[in-house]
Design a protein around this ligand. Structure first.
Ligand SMILES: NC(=O)c1ccc[n+]([C@@H]2O[C@H](COP(=O)([O-])OP(=O)(O)OC[C@H]3O[C@@H](n4cnc5c(N)ncnc54)[C@H](OP(=O)(O)O)[C@@H]3O)[C@@H](O)[C@H]2O)c1
Length: 259
């Protein structure tokens, strides 16, 4: 099979970037796709590409009570889910090591607790499928410690551990758990990045890599390889990363004059 076809799929974070590209691609391949994000209008725009195959379900994944309501609406849209892609996420950098806990909480609320809220609502419907898949979108940035990414990278590393623990917990069931770790993708999220983003990909290329990895039954989908391999190497030889790469990237010159 060269494409995912005929499945019922819920994608969060599908109003822009990677989630939108994946939703469009899967809808083109005759899947029934339920798309979520906070903004209804942008979801309705995405729905226009395939009005009969795409349904919108606006929700804030970080809002526990709101997600319970979304779960009830989800159950009205479908009696089962074959696949869920928890893609909703945000990024805030810690410039100058301010350690602003409110910023860290916002990032964790969307990237970590958002995925948990999504799974909580999806699980009863996933259990109605013969071969259900739950995929969480992490990031290659969690492989090693990146300067300024204390909040973002930690939230994605926490998500990675959550997915591993979940995989262990459901290892005697039919639920497949997938960890998707993209490199740099050209989306609204990375628009504000003021540093070099090696091997930058389009959201459409990212969506193609995700679909291919899912079709191949991978548990971890890392891309692009040109970035994931060097990062995994540094993840293994961590001292090299902290001795040579990190000092070139950090903007902090002294602890007393952080900027
Ligand atoms: N771009 C990259 O280089 C890159 C690399 C690695 C991983 N990722 C991950 O890929 C995922 C998608 O990112 P992207 O690059 O495609 O960014 P994006 O274009 O900014 O998309 C983020 C999506 O998440 C939604 N969202 C954000 N907070 C939400 C919340 N609390 N509840 C519901 N929806 C929410 C946004 O819609 P609303 O604002 O309307 O809610 C939007 O649809 C994120 O998890 C990101 O961390 C991105």
């Amino acid at each position: 099979m060269s494409a995912i076809e005929g499945k019922t799929i819920w994608i969060t974070g599908a109003s822009s970037g990677i989630g939108e590209a994946l939703a469009r691609r899967l809808a083109e391949h005759n899947n029934f796709v339920i798309i979520s994000s906070r903004g209804r209008e942008s979801l309705l725009d995405v729905q226009k590409v395939a009005p009969t195959r795409i349904r919108v379900l606006p929700c804030d994944v970080s809002d526990d009570a709101g997600m319970d309501r979304a779960g009830r609406e989800l159950a009205e849209l479908t009696d089962h889910l074959d696949m869920v892609v928890a893609c909703a996420g945000t990024c805030e950098y810690d410039d100058g090591l301010k350690l602003d806990s409110a910023s860290y909480r916002r990032v964790f609320d969307a990237n970590f607790f958002g995925a948990i809220n999504t799974l909580r609502q999806a699980l009863p419907l996933l259990s109605q499928s013969k071969a259900p898949v739950f995929a969480g979108v992490g990031s290659l940035s969690s492989v090693v410690g990146f300067p300024r990414a204390e909040a973002y990278g930690a939230s994605k590393a926490a998500l990675g551990y959550f997915l591993d623990a979940l995989r262990a917990d459901v290892s005697r069931t039919c639920l497949k758990v997938v960890h998707i770790r993209p490199g740099f993708i050209d989306t609204p999220l990375t628009e504000r990045n003021d540093f070099d983003m090696p091997f930058l990909m389009t959201p459409e290329e990212a969506a193609a890599c995700i679909e291919k990895g899912l079709l191949q039954g991978k548990s971890t989908i890392d891309f692009p390889r040109r970035l994931s391999w060097p990062l995994r190497f540094f993840g293994f030889f961590r001292w090299l990363w902290f001795r040579f790469s990190a000092p070139r990237m950090t903007r902090i010159q002294s602890l007393s004059a952080r900027q």
